[in-house]
Unconditional design. Sequence first.
Length: 372
Amino acid sequence: MRLGRTGAIAMKEVMHILRDPQVLIFALGMPVLLLLLFGYAVSFDVERIPLVVVDQDRTTDSRELQEAFFASRLFVPAGEREAAEEAEPLLKRGVARAALIVPRGFARSGRRGADARAQLLLDGTDNTTAGIALGYANAIALGFTQGRLERELGDVALPVDVRVRTFSNPRLLSAVVLVPGLMVLILVMVAVMLTALTIAREYENGSMEQLFATPVRRIEIILGKLGPYFVLGLVQVLLVLTVGVLLFDVPVQGSLLLLFGTASVFLLAMLMQGLLISVVTKNQMVASQIAIISTMLPALLLSGFVFPIENMPAPLQVIANVLPAKYLVHGLRAILLRGNGLDVVWPDLLAMAAFFALMLVAATRRFTRRVA
């Protein structure tokens, strides 16, 4: 393999990219646009859950329980009702997402040492909101109970004092967790799509015969086609990372050098997948369709970006373990959020490098010096 011939192929591809502004817009504008759309539109943060209150006890204790719910800033008042039957229609119409029902005798039961019971009704049509509301409600009830015990016991310390500290994402912001996954999704789509068209375009334009008439080897054509898009992919990584840090407060706890090294291996794997699609199909429309089908849905559903892989059926876990997107999601979260180093990320690098080698061998063997 001669670097001069590979460089000539790469320069030819660079000239094509510069002559076609749509490629640059797609490669540099689309990642930022997608990150902004997904980053602001996709959020698992739950705020301002409307809570309707049915206080049948009308005591100081029942009012303190209500105040504890509204002091959490997660629940906001959605009205008061006299009976539980009057609260249920509000839940069915979506006016309220939760209902707190304090029965008569709530305070009296607590002062006698018996169980002081209250009921929380949740709208289960949105299981994410309902689950978070349930967790907050349990914490509020525990805090309310501890407060009462401290008042009754005076200076006597409680036997258990549990304090929670969250590492990596103290405010539990969904954007901090989603942006690394969005970076993977964007790189998969753009990288594979760009290279999926390059060889197919040569076949459709009839210029592949001219390349075959030269002494350029197959591997030189493939690597020459790959080089410019690899550099473009690194620029995409820089753009997406910059937007994520500036707009979504994504922390960078680990090494930037390791981050770009991990992204580079992933880019090589995805670009080579796109080249293989282009070599096999030899048609730009077919190549673009296969590229979208083989990248977007797997990267979204099977990478661990949204859904934990451990919760998937065994056959899907096997497929997920083959996809490089899974390893980049894990690697980016490890580097950006936890500050891990090479000792944690090296299995991800090895898996992505193996995928790249497999795609390279398949594309080289499939790429024959003849035009059908």
